[in-house]
Write a new protein. Structure first.
Length: 277
């Protein structure tokens, strides 16, 4: 009986190792299909529906990317292979997909700039993920160093989700190009972004928090494009604004002892077999 139990335990253990990788594969599938939709949209004269759906797929992939690391830690199946596998998936979904989507969406009309700017974003994303892989030591799990790749992709795709038709406004292509440059630099910066990893969903919450959550869900249901864009802009700007506020408070001096400058101090990079990078 003990031998049978041991065999069942080993089988369950092997299955648990496959579970985080299944989420990572789902991440890659959504990222690749988003690229396919972008190519189709470009071939059909810039179909707005294709780019809107592609952006939504990248959003969903971001959720899967956050789940694979948590599942790996909960099941005790985090590994070096899982981290590398997840990083490669992230480069496809949060690096290649947004770069190609923006090019197919409308930046191709800008000539050489139209493909150099998405390339810059892609290089910054690859650099961000490579830095994650070499920064093994966890310093503060409350923060990320630089804008995480899924958040960066979400910010870019929120623009496409809000304005899937590049001809809607004449200045849209310039705005997307500038956003790619700015977000790319934020990914490789040392600004500290909150990771929200220490939020305990099991503890009891006040009814006021439930009301706030209900209000957010209501806004998301009323006009999803504006909601996603607002969330992306707010999160992207939190770290630079916190750094600027710290500089203004210290009047050019370093932050007070025990409170490192939000734009200078290194922060978290540990996520188990996956997770937001």
């Amino acid at each position: 009986m003990n031998q049978v139990t041991r065999r069942m335990h080993n089988r369950l253990r092997r299955g648990a190792y496959l579970l985080p990788s299944a989420f990572t594969i789902g991440n890659m599938l959504l990222g690749f299909y988003a690229i396919v939709l972008g190519v189709r949209g470009a071939l059909h004269g810039g179909s707005p529906g294709a780019f809107k759906t592609a952006a939504l797929l990248v959003f969903i992939a971001g959720l899967l990317d956050g789940l694979d690391g948590r599942i790996a830690r909960l099941t005790g199946t985090d590994s070096d292979f899982g981290r590398e596998y997840d990083s490669l998936a992230d480069l496809l979904t949060f690096g290649v997909a947004p770069a190609l989507l923006t090019y197919a969406w409308g930046l191709r009309s800008l000539g050489r700039i139209g493909w150099l700017v998405p390339l810059f974003y892609l290089v910054c994303c690859a650099t961000r993920l490579a830095r994650f892989n070499v920064q093994i030591r966890v310093i503060d799990s409350r923060y990320f160093v630089g804008l995480p790749a899924p958040a960066a992709a979400g910010a870019i795709c929120s623009l496409l989700f809000f304005a899937p038709d590049s001809d809607w406004r004449p200045w849209l292509e310039g705005l997307v190009a500038i956003s790619l440059l700015a977000i790319g630099m934020l990914m490789v910066s040392t600004f500290r972004y909150h990771s929200f990893k220490r939020i305990d969903l099991r503890r009891r919450w006040s009814y006021r928090a439930l009301l706030a959550i209900a209000a957010v869900i209501l806004v998301a249901l009323v006009y999803p494009p504006a909601f996603f864009l607002a969330v992306a802009v707010i999160y992207t700007l939190t770290a630079p604004l916190a750094w600027l506020w710290g500089r203004l408070r210290s009047r050019g001096a370093d932050g007070p002892a025990g409170h490192p400058d939000p734009g200078e101090a290194p922060a978290v990079e540990g996520e188990g077999a996956g997770g937001t990078r």
